[in-house]
Design a protein around this ligand. Structure first.
Ligand code: DGL
Length: 270
């Protein structure tokens, strides 16, 4: 076995939403050590410029490399869409890098039943054109419609889930005519798995609603296997850091990770 295998997996996001991805990873890969970093001091990334997202992502990557991470999972769609190349350049040959968009693109293009695909995400993700560009590059015969749905993140963070307000917002976004014929809808934001059931209900369960956490965790397992980096030693250590600590981040982290965890504040921008 490779002695690098016990080194942690670094997972980062603009905040605590990426814990949905970290949760998928710990469920599929229970022996892996994890270091999670949520850049809560700078969120939301969804409204920031590409340059700013690249600069924040590069700094976080440096930190995760200092922590000897064997792989860095970019558990933020906005950072994956705008800063993937910058993160890869920063990591060089020191760590593998996995974004949350490429595995989902491979998943949808490999399903022959999907002809029309919808994508929802932050403004930063949708305006980057990354999902549409990657899907069309793999299969130009697919029709892809994307829509920025910026009210969903604050809605979820404020606890409006499965109620009249969230139903009205979801209906208003997803009733767009472009979405009336889709076969699959990609949840292109770390927060959206929390409202997956509600979206399924909106579409009367006739559209496949695709949540990336399981797909990304599967891709991560393949990547670790291919590089002989799977950790087989039980008793993993999971650490959770944020750049700004508030009680509300602590409270909502439970919603995303499905287990209570302790967030610790760390300042990377001294
Ligand atoms: N984590 C971000 C994403 O997945 C959503 C929150 C934000 O805008 O920072 O795109």
């Amino acid at each position: 076995m490779n002695n690098l295998s016990s080194q942690p997996i670094g997972v980062f996001d603009s905040g605590v939403g990426g814990l949905t991805v970290a949760n998928g990873i710990r469920q599929l890969l229970p022996n892996e050590n994890l270091i999670y970093f949520g850049d809560t001091a700078h969120l939301p990334y969804g409204d920031k410029s590409k340059e700013t997202i690249m600069a924040y992502s590069a700094r976080i990557t440096q930190y995760l490399l200092e922590q000897q991470c064997k792989v860095i999972v970019v558990a933020c769609n906005t950072a994956s869409a705008n800063a993937y190349d910058a993160i890869k350049a920063e990591a060089g040959d020191k760590a593998l890098v996995l974004d949350v968009i490429s595995p989902v693109v491979e998943y949808v293009v490999s399903n022959p039943n999907y002809k029309r695909i919808g994508v929802i995400g932050t403004k930063g993700t949708v305006n980057s054109g990354t999902y549409v560009g990657k899907i069309i590059a793999r299969n130009p015969h697919l029709t892809v419609t994307s829509l920025a749905t910026p009210m969903l993140v604050p809605m979820i963070e404020e606890g409006f889930i499965f109620d009249d307000i969230s139903n009205a917002i979801i209906r208003s976004y997803l009733s767009k005519p472009e979405f009336s014929q889709i076969d699959a809808l990609i949840l292109g934001c770390t927060h959206y798995p929390i409202i997956k059931n509600q979206i399924n209900k909106f579409f009367n369960f006739k559209v496949d609603v695709i949540d990336s956490s399981r797909i990304v965790a599967n891709q991560l397992r393949s990547l670790l296997e291919a590089n002989n980096l799977l950790n087989s030693t039980p008793g993993p250590v999971h650490k959770f850091y944020v750049s700004d600590f508030t009680d509300s981040f602590q409270v909502i982290s439970r919603l995303f990770f499905e287990e209570s965890i302790q967030l610790e504040k760390i300042n990377l921008w001294k």
